[in-house]
Design a protein around this ligand. Structure first.
Ligand SMILES: *Cc1c(COP(=O)(O)O)cnc(C)c1O
Length: 233
């Protein structure tokens, strides 16, 4: 399937999920996760009108950034080592994986140096799987208080990853849990602006995520595919 066809298919499914759940399509943004493909393929993704691109490792993203950094809006979606902040700051407008104070402080320092504000999502481990990164839901409120003095780090919302399961319906409690946590945190008014965004939903479970309130979908294989797929042949 061509890239255009893939985008159209995904859009139809997002629209249907919005209809089922009474949501406006424009509330749902799509990040094309390009971590599996080269700069050449990423360039086609950007040509196709997709504006938001996601990468999870600087090592893999660096070459692509050199070619295409002036195009699109870049999202860092992977686990972020503190010593890599200096490489990605100012390049990635959104960081989806803020999960510890030391990282927040380093982001603050480097963002302040560059006189910019970095938009972040708190990564929350809703599913409780040990293999997953992220704050425990019960730690989120205290964490927001701890970082409230950091003027160059803006938290726009929450991010989570659901367990990989065959039946996407089984991910629903995870996505619902993230939405409920966001609403609960907003009830405590811990941030200057209410947290609006929910980064959740990947190729195998994005429709359920939309139904549960996702505002940012992170779509790799279903949308962009892998380098060896027919779409890039
Ligand atoms: C790779 C990745 C994705 C995209 O995964 P697909 O299943 O290919 O859509 C989304 N989020 C994160 C954090 C990832 O690492």
């Amino acid at each position: 399937m061509s890239l255009g066809d893939r985008i159209q298919k995904v859009n139809e499914r997002v629209e249907a999920a919005c209809l089922r759940s009474g949501r406006a399509r424009k509330e749902v943004n799509i990040i094309a996760v390009t971590k599996y493909v080269s700069g050449r393929a990423m360039s086609s993704v950007l040509d196709s009108g997709l504006l938001h691109v996601g990468e999870n490792r600087w090592q893999q993203a660096e070459e692509k950034w050199k070619q295409l950094g002036d195009r699109g809006i870049w999202h860092f979606i992977g686990n972020l080592q503190t010593n890599k902040v200096k490489d990605i700051i100012g390049k990635f407008q959104y960081i989806h994986s803020l999960d510890r104070l030391s990282l927040a402080k380093e982001l603050e320092k480097k963002a302040a140096d560059m006189n910019l504000t970095v938009k972040t999502f708190l990564q929350i481990n809703i599913s409780g799987e040990e293999s997953k990164h992220g704050l425990q839901p019960g730690q989120a409120a205290a964490f927001l208080k701890d970082i409230s003095g950091l003027k160059h780090v803006q938290v726009v919302g929450l991010m989570t990853m659901a367990p990989h399961v065959d039946d996407p319906e089984l991910t629903r409690p995870v996505f619902r849990g993230l939405r409920e946590l966001r609403d609960e945190l907003n009830g405590q008014a811990l941030t200057p602006e209410p947290l609006k965004e929910l980064s959740m939903g990947m190729s195998n479970d994005f429709e359920v995520a939309v139904e549960e309130g996702a505002t940012w979908l992170r779509l790799g294989s279903i949308l962009v595919g892998k380098e060896e797929d027919e779409v890039w042949a």
